[in-house]
Ligand binder design. Sequence first.
Ligand code: NAI
Length: 636
Amino acid sequence: MGLLYPQMKLNKYIVIDFDSTFTKIEAFDLLAEISLNGHPQAEERKKKIWEITNLGMDGSISFRESLEKRVELLAPNKTHLLQLAEKLKSQVSESFKRNREFFQKYADNIYVISNGFHVFIDPVVTEFGIKATNIFANRFHFDEQGNVTGFDEDNPLSANNGKVEQLKRLNLPGDVYVIGDGYTDYEIKHAGLANKFFAFTENVERENIMEKADHITPSLDEFLYLNKLNTAISYPKNRIHVLLLENVHPVAIELMKAEGFSVEIQTAALSEEELIKKIKNVSVLGIRSKTQVTEKVLEHANKLMAIGAFCIGTNQIDLQAATKKGIAVFNAPFSNTRSVVELVVAEMIILMRKVVEKSNKMHAGMWDKSAAGSFEIRGKKLGIIGYGNIGAQLSVLAESLGMKVLYYDIEEKLSLGNATRCKTMKEVLQQADVISLHIDGRAANKNIISEREFNLMKKGVIFINLSRGHIVDIAALKANILNEKVAGCALDVFPHEPNNLEEFVSELRGLPNTILTPHIGGSTVEAQQNIGNFVPGKFMDYINTGSTSNSVNFPNLVLPTLENAHRLIHIHENVPGILAKINKVLADHNINIAGQYLKTNELIGYVITDIDKKYNKDVIKELRSIEHTIKFRVLY
Ligand code: NAI
């Protein structure tokens, strides 16, 4: 592979371990999966290998003996080893993948020293630009059929203290820094052959190694940052502290960890007081609906860059206070759209067929077979009030089931398929056989469906509300169910929604052909997974590129990826003249602007400026000190 980056000289040598450092896993573990696949004693052998590894680690047997025994049990051949090398290529540690430029730039000074074997190490690390002559490892011996018969026993790396011996032989003429996860890496420092030992904990954390390290580096980013070698990233991601509360989906935790952030998880919500204590060091906060992010909490949130609501609503966050502090808020507005729509479709059918009543009777021992009052939904008119994410999606599904769709929205909305847009809600109410509400919870929507609206509806209408509880006058609804104007009703949301331990008190209990569900329209495993995927994506875009697409409180800017430039991200109070001031600083320093993007809302202005790679550090200071600046950061 050609080298993309110019090479640079360093006055130090960096020695990197392979297993669980360069790659996420131990190569022999993966080899066991390959070479023992289908072997009748596979499990037994794996167990033995594990025992031998431990005996080797605690010094009961020599390293060479442990290696011999393990190789014998693994019984690999060339094909297995080639497969292993291929598989290991996809197991390179995330922070190594992020920092390819580093390996190429300092290729002369980077060594990989391992007690593993060239045959599977070389193909993986040379792809990163590491020189073949800088890789030190063992070599297998093969017979004519390609089976492993042993290994080169003259190689110091096949014996105890191998890495120390190898370093002695290398006699590197400068400081030596070792990065590794295991004791053999620390031994190099212990023997006086390395100046510093960095315990690498991205894949495994070994307490006894961490205690001995000069620095603990949760990722390569941190190593590069500590040694001022960082090229690809501006700030080590492990220094970005993410606090995820309220049991957010594990997929979100995985995504944030894979990105290299330090992730702290708490299953419960935090009280205002608890959150105030914690928030000081938090850069990214993830919550669901219970944690209240108040102005008081935000006053203490000096490092906070973004808040993610792993749900739909953002009422629990003081958006105005967050905006004034330059904190971007994200949510997952359409991750559960499909779930809500599917429930509405099911309820339309169940209500039209009076399934609930029939089922209840069966449970009470009554067999009441009759077609009276049961209808298909095909050919019926569905009236959708609120044609947003959910309303529009329902429109598509309902049409595919053969319904005719009418809708009303206060805003101009493109009608999908053959749906008919109505100019007033009245038109929908008067014609529809099924009415489904999908409007938002703004204050003006309180009791938007009350006695007057029920009077407009057709007799025998099916009425469905899975949007917000306070938009329906419950007393009027009850009266219209009892007088049979409404033949069937499904409600998922209520003016007062208790918690799981409280009783659900409502005059709707016990009404005929009425389905009541506890606000579960959007509650599916898929929706939780979608939310878990969506919100971290927004965080990462914002942190890595400055993009604010879908932010609830920030001006929405979708930005091109940064190529060969630095990106200056400036958040300021929305007062006139800031852009001119930014550009004056840049002009005074003769800096060429490659691209500039500005958007404002009532409270803040958001300016992104991409500039040439070379710039004077004073520029940053001057930009930071422009009056009315709220937050400023640079992406490399
Ligand atoms: P959205 O914001 O995409 O759509 C709402 C639409 O209603 C907008 O097009 C808006 O212009 C329109 N609208 C607002 N007031 C109106 C009025 N008075 N008359 C006519 N149109 C009006 O929201 P989305 O994602 O479609 O959600 C709709 C509702 O469903 C929201 O209230 C949301 O809270 C609720 N929801 C309920 C869930 C559940 O578990 N039951 C899950 C997800 C959302």
